[in-house]
Write a new protein. Structure first.
Length: 221
């Protein structure tokens, strides 16, 4: 009997061949179920932009998204050059898709991010989900931010009002006025997050070696 490709160089007996097939099948099933933990599925920039078109994201939200992405990549590259490990493709993709459902959740802000998360899971882009879920201001209260990529995207989004880069103070004041006035509970969550947001700013800017002016950032369309 000829040697099977998964056997050693010697010929396999029928029982050995059957065992080898079961092992090989088991490995394939294992990879199918768990391989995503070892191999990241991250959409390219072109794919992210295609998704923005597919889900009909309005132009003004796209402008916000692109500005947030510029800041996130600027900070990520700065931090990476200083020796910190940053998954830049993951950061870019999550930045480009962080507001994919924004136009669908204006009135139900509690759903913001969750619709996008569901869509990304269906597309096998689960690695992006934690960053998407945790980019909202009050997410810093719970579940909190774990990775540098999550912190960078969170902070980048906190520096952009519409398509304009603003100070963190201006952005927080805008969020209070826009969302905090909806209910005392909403305002309480925003106020609880505020000192944590300021702490994140100090951490990210120190790691990037820039001030809140973001020296070196190129602004453009």
């Amino acid at each position: 009997m000829a040697a099977a490709p998964w056997c050693s160089g010697q010929a396999c007996e029928p029982l050995e061949l059957a065992t080898a097939v079961r092992i090989r099948s088991g490995l394939l099933i294992f990879f199918y179920k768990f391989g995503r933990h070892f191999y990241c599925m991250i959409p390219s920039k072109a794919e992210c932009l295609r998704l923005l078109e597919k889900y009909k994201v309005p132009e003004h939200i796209k402008e916000h998204i692109l500005q947030v992405t510029r800041i996130a990549i600027f900070l990520g590259e700065r931090i990476s050059k200083k020796g910190q490990s940053i998954n830049l493709p993951l950061l870019e993709a999550a930045s480009l898709l962080h507001d994919l459902d924004k136009h669908l959740t204006f009135e139900e802000v509690q759903n913001h991010g969750h619709i996008t998360a569901k869509t990304l899971k269906e597309l096998d882009y689960e690695e992006l989900v934690p960053l998407i879920i945790r980019h909202r201001m009050t997410a810093i209260n719970s579940p909190g931010l774990d990775t540098l990529e999550e912190k960078i995207l969170y902070y980048a989004d906190m520096r952009v009002n519409h398509d304009r880069i603003v100070s963190l103070r201006e952005r927080i004041d805008y969020i209070k006025e826009r969302y905090g006035t909806r209910s005392p509970e909403a305002m309480q969550k925003i106020c609880s997050a505020e000192p944590l947001v300021l702490k994140i700013e100090k951490e990210i800017l120190k790691k990037a070696g820039v001030s809140e002016r973001l020296e070196g950032l190129r602004i453009g369309k």
